[in-house]
Design a protein around this ligand. Structure first.
Ligand SMILES: [Zn+2]
Length: 423
């Protein structure tokens, strides 16, 4: 009897494995389909327009987790076999467009923002559906469009790209590793020695903090060799030209230390030879600044002494973590928090059971006072995501708030995401 149970379990396990394997092989080949879109609109209005598609060699992502069940992010793409309800791939993400929608400019004018989606190359035509969240946090369909995969071609460039540096290659079996590519911005050919040493510095920084420090065998770090037109990052210093191929600059949305680029098409174009899933833009400047958007990209200035900004921004772009600080710690009254935020390290206490309730000791009060008694304890501390009232963070201090180690809740989320990419 006992033996039969084992056999049945083994059989079920084998069927499970085969089902996962075949779902990739049934619908995809081992290459990448790049879908270049414009995400446009204004406040409360949005559209997606597919501009072009092209194929690049190899698929770097997981072959077993084709559907994204994280429920993170502000947007979601779903890929269906054309004219069917057969969902074969999905991913959640956040966007530069969504951030722009919160600026005063979006009240009266339209914006048009580049986005690039990378999916395993389907072996037949597919439909791509774009979803966003409404004001209650529920998903709604923005639109659905057909992609003629059969008519899509390999990307050909009229210039030569360098091969990427292998900064930390845990395995060349890229499907089972998280593949991060570091893209240098603001380095000319004259800065090539600095570029190489900064790439190594960024790699060392990445592995300098837990939980990444214990995950070296799960993460491939690639460094693209790319030279910009001019040394440095524009936006703060008027001696640097604002226009470049990569378009990286300070002062995004009039926030001086916010380094971003709208040039997603160019950014992805210079990576056609790299197997990558996450992008970090290494900005050749020692002036504090950075940014990170979930499943979009992260940016960081180069501080020779520490990688705090790099790892903080990767917390946003890789793990979808929210900021645990309130703006300058001044008394800002936030908007009433009528919904539970999607970030796993933030809560409005509207639906706390889906957050870190399981990590709190019974004797810890909710909300938790910011007192010595609860230092280094998981609790529910008021003040997070730029407001002092109505939103709560899990720890008094954490890398998503200041230059401290990640709190246990953020650590758990990063580890879950590492498993998503690597198991
Ligand atoms: Zn945290």
């Amino acid at each position: 009897m006992f033996r039969n149970h084992i056999f049945i379990l083994f059989l079920l396990f084998s069927i499970g494995l085969n089902a996962q394997k075949t779902s990739f092989d049934n619908y995809f080949t081992d290459n990448t389909l790049n879908i270049l879109c414009y995400h446009s609109g204004r406040k409360a209005v949005e559209y997606y327009t597919i501009d072009q598609t092209y194929i690049t060699k190899k698929w770097a992502g997981t072959k077993t987790k084709l559907l994204d069940n994280t429920n993170l992010g502000a947007h979601r793409i779903e890929v269906y076999v054309h004219n069917t309800k057969n969902l074969i791939y999905s991913r959640n993400y956040c966007s530069f467009f969504e951030e722009w929608q919160t600026t005063p400019e979006a009240e009266n004018s339209c914006g048009n923002f580049e986005e690039v989606f990378r999916i395993p190359l389907p072996n037949q035509d597919v439909d791509i559906a774009f979803f966003s969240r409404d004001s209650l946090g529920k998903w709604f369909l923005v639109e659905k469009q057909k992609i003629e995969v059969e008519k899509t071609e390999y990307k050909k460039l009229d210039y030569k790209l360098y091969d990427p540096y292998r900064l930390n290659i845990a395995s060349d079996n890229v499907n089972t590793k998280l593949d991060i590519v570091i893209v240098p911005a603001g380095y000319t050919q004259k800065d090539s020695l600095k570029m190489v040493s900064d790439l190594k510095l960024f790699t060392d920084f990445l592995f300098s903090k837990p939980p990444y420090a214990e995950a070296k065998n799960k993460i491939n770090v690639w460094g693209q060799c790319y030279f910009s037109e001019q040394t440095g990052i524009p936006g703060l210093d008027s001696t640097i030209r604002p226009n470049s191929f990569l378009g990286v600059s300070y002062n995004t949305f009039n926030s001086p230390r916010y380094i971003m680029t709208p040039n997603l098409f160019n950014l992805h174009e210079i990576l056609v030879n790299v197997p990558y899933e996450q992008i970090v833009i290494m900005c050749n400047s020692e002036t504090y600044g950075g940014g990170g958007i979930f499943n979009f990209y992260a940016t960081s200035y180069v501080n020779p002494k520490n990688g705090f900004v790099l790892i903080h921004e990767l917390g946003h772009s890789f793990a979808g973590l929210g900021d645990e600080y309130s703006q300058n710690d001044t008394e800002v009254e936030g908007a009433p928090q009528c919904i539970e935020p999607w970030q796993k390290n933030l809560t409005s206490l509207k639906d706390f059971s889906q957050k870190w309730k399981d990590m709190i000791e019974d004797s810890t009060p909710i909300p938790t006072p910011v007192t010595e008694e609860y230092i280094n304890k998981v609790g529910v501390f008021e003040g997070a995501a730029y407001v002092t009232k109505g939103l709560y963070r899990p720890y008094q201090d954490c890398l998503m708030r200041s230059d401290k180690p990640f709190c246990p809740v953020c650590t758990r989320e990063i580890n879950k995401m590492l498993d998503f990419y690597t198991e």
